[in-house]
Ligand binder design. Structure first.
Ligand code: ASP
Length: 585
């Protein structure tokens, strides 16, 4: 037996016991007469001690120990003379009788403690050492706990956990596919799933009724803090349900997770139509932890000879509480901020509502105090507030104001990460027009059903058709999304037409789904949650990398195993492939 106890287990009532522990050496403190060794494993840290009364051989062995050696420690539990209240095992120590070195270690490239001195790249290269740190491991423990709770909830609700294949054919979810060459089928490729979308729908045709899977998905996109080329979804599908049934079930799951894992009771989630989210928050994933809503001032501000406003399609404003004090410098800096290419506004108009009830604005030449008072009333400003206005094309300005709102929310400390405000965003448009390619794209995916009452618009005004699609948004983060599906071959085929597929292309790529619909498909709907995002939100982190055991870096590389990499000529031969890199000899 390697150990009788873990390093986090011994307490005062274990005093007197002979124990065996095993773990890694956190540090050795040689005080001359006494040497203390902190022994660490996943469960905690226990202090080991040798002193003048210890056998010479033990003292010699202890002197040779180094950081991160793996040892077995055998000894007797005794009460500490100076206790460490910060450590659960801090009342006791183990007086060593024997040490067995199981593994030696080189000096680690960074310190294995919460506030490590290791930079990002170094920690990723030695991720197995990084994972020894308690803060990092805790995130993965949280992840495991949440996966477990998810299974408990969904199993209770009669969902069948079903695996779907990883080597498939491309499913268009709007991203690029990762592809895998097939050795046995020369010149042909599998694609890795962007999601199990078509399979879960086929499981509904198969009569599974309720399916789920905690599943890896792959999308070849540019990376950001909340994106990885491979990521995990809680993927679900249900039969004989409408939108409300799905939202109820997954609101239930979300609330269950908050309660089980964080002991937080969350109220019923509000529903907000997409159009309202865009008009009031300038985003389809509104952060509803704070108000600061967008107001439309277009009608009120036009016609005063201020050319910038007169020539704009839309003029919108937000009110920032208590910011009338902003200095010239702060306003200039904010103006620069909205002019950055990411926001792309041409300029910023401000109105200060002074404490004495007067107004000071950057457009005083064009607007009277009475005019400004009307604006203040519309946006709900009080003395001491600062009103910020942007103007231009409606859609662009709404998004820009949405970004400005989040920025001001950050500056005013309104985005507390310990407060959770989930909501359902519903009634998304079915299609999105792309000016560059001059065609419609599915806003969610091509299997999403239009709202019944909008089906007639499919021919006359497709851009106006709303979908039975929904997103779960928490604190401005899109945690999940799904839709009620098309389950009829004709409608599905019409969707592919609208999306610019030829009959042959549609048949080639999705013939299997459309023919399944000819064998009795039940009405069905589903959803998928981004599991990494959900866990990182529960952990209070900004990046999903911190909740993934072995993540990729921003260039999509795993720097530990050094992947992606070239493959050998033998492998290429077997695959009948030849690598030609365009533009290179
Ligand atoms: N397959 C969709 C996605 O990955 C989710 C769904 O519609 O259920 O976003």
């Amino acid at each position: 037996m390697y150990r009788t106890h873990t390093c986090g287990e011994l307490r005062i009532n274990d005093v007197g016991k002979n124990v065996k522990l095993a773990g890694w050496i956190q540090r050795v403190r040689d005080l001359g007469a006494m040497t203390f060794v902190d022994l660490r494993d996943r469960y905690g840290i226990t202090q080991l001690v040798v002193d003048e009364k210890s056998a010479e051989s033990i003292r010699e062995k202890t002197a040779k120990l180094g950081r991160e050696f793996v040892i077995q420690a055998i000894g007797n539990v005794r009460e500490r003379s100076s206790k460490n209240k910060n450590l659960p095992t801090g009342d006791v120590e183990v007086f060593l009788n024997e040490i067995v070195v199981l593994s030696v270690s080189k000096v680690p490239p960074f310190t294995i403690q919460d506030d490590t001195d290791g930079g990002d790249e170094l920690r990723m290269k030695y991720r197995y050492l990084d994972l020894r740190r308690e803060t990092v491991r805790k995130n993965l423990e949280l992840r495991a706990e949440m996966a477990h709770a998810t299974r408990v909830y969904l199993n209770q609700q009669n969902f069948i956990e079903t695996e779907t294949p990883v080597l498939i054919k491309s499913t268009p979810e709007g991203a690029r596919d990762f592809v895998v060459p097939s050795r046995m089928n020369e010149g042909e490729f599998y694609a890795l799933p962007q999601s199990p979308q078509t399979f879960k729908q086929l499981l509904m045709v198969a009569g599974f009724d309720r399916y789920y899977q905690i599943v890896k998905c792959f999308r070849d996109e540019d990376l950001r803090a909340d994106r990885q080329p491979e990521f995990t979804q809680i993927d679900c599908e249900m039969s004989f349900v409408d939108q409300e049934d799905v939202l109820k079930t997954f609101e239930g799951l979300t609330r269950y997770l908050f309660k089980e894992v964080k002991n937080i009771e969350i109220e019923e989630f509000p529903w907000m139509p997409y159009s309202e989210a865009m008009e009031k928050y300038g985003s389809d994933k509104p952060d509803t932890r704070f108000e600061m809503l967008i107001h439309n001032l277009t009608e009120k501000v036009k016609g005063n000879n201020f050319a910038v406003f007169d020539s704009s399609e839309f003029i919108g404003a937000i009110n920032t509480t208590g910011c009338a004090e902003y200095s010239r410098k702060q306003l200039d800096e904010l103006t620069d901020w909205v002019k950055r290419p990411q926001i792309g506004a041409k300029g910023l108009v401000y109105v200060k509502y002074n404490d004495d009830g007067s107004f000071k604005s950057s457009v005083d030449k064009f607007y009277s105090q009475d005019d400004l008072k009307v604006w203040a009333e519309i946006v709900g400003a009080k003395p001491g507030d600062l009103i910020l206005l942007l103007s231009g094309d409606k859609n662009h300005i709404l998004t820009a104001l949405g970004e400005l709102r989040l920025e001001m929310g950050n500056r005013l400390g309104l985005r507390d990460k310990n407060i959770f405000k989930p909501l359902w965003v519903v009634d998304f448009p079915l299609l999105e027009w792309d000016d560059e390619t001059k065609r419609f794209y599915a806003m969610h995916h091509p299997f999403t059903s239009p709202k019944k009452e909008d089906i007639l618009l499919l021919d006359s005004d497709p851009g106006k058709v709303r979908a039975n699609a929904y997103d779960l948004v928490i604190n401005g983060v899109e945690i999940g999304g799904g839709s009620v599906r098309i389950f009829n071959k004709e409608l599905q085929s019409k969707m592919f037409d609208l999306l610019g597929f030829t009959k042959e292309e549609a048949e080639n790529q999705f013939g299997f789904l459309m023919s399944a619909f000819e064998f009795g498909a039940p009405p069905h709907a589903g959803i998928a949650f981004g599991f990494d995002r959900l866990v990182s939100m529960f952990a209070g982190l900004n990046s999903i990398r911190d909740v993934i055991a072995f993540p990729k870096n921003n260039a999509g590389r795993d720097v530990m195993i050094d992947s992606p990499s070239t493959i050998s000529n033998e492998q290429l031969d077997e695959l009948n492939l030849k690598v030609v890199i365009k533009g290179k000899k």
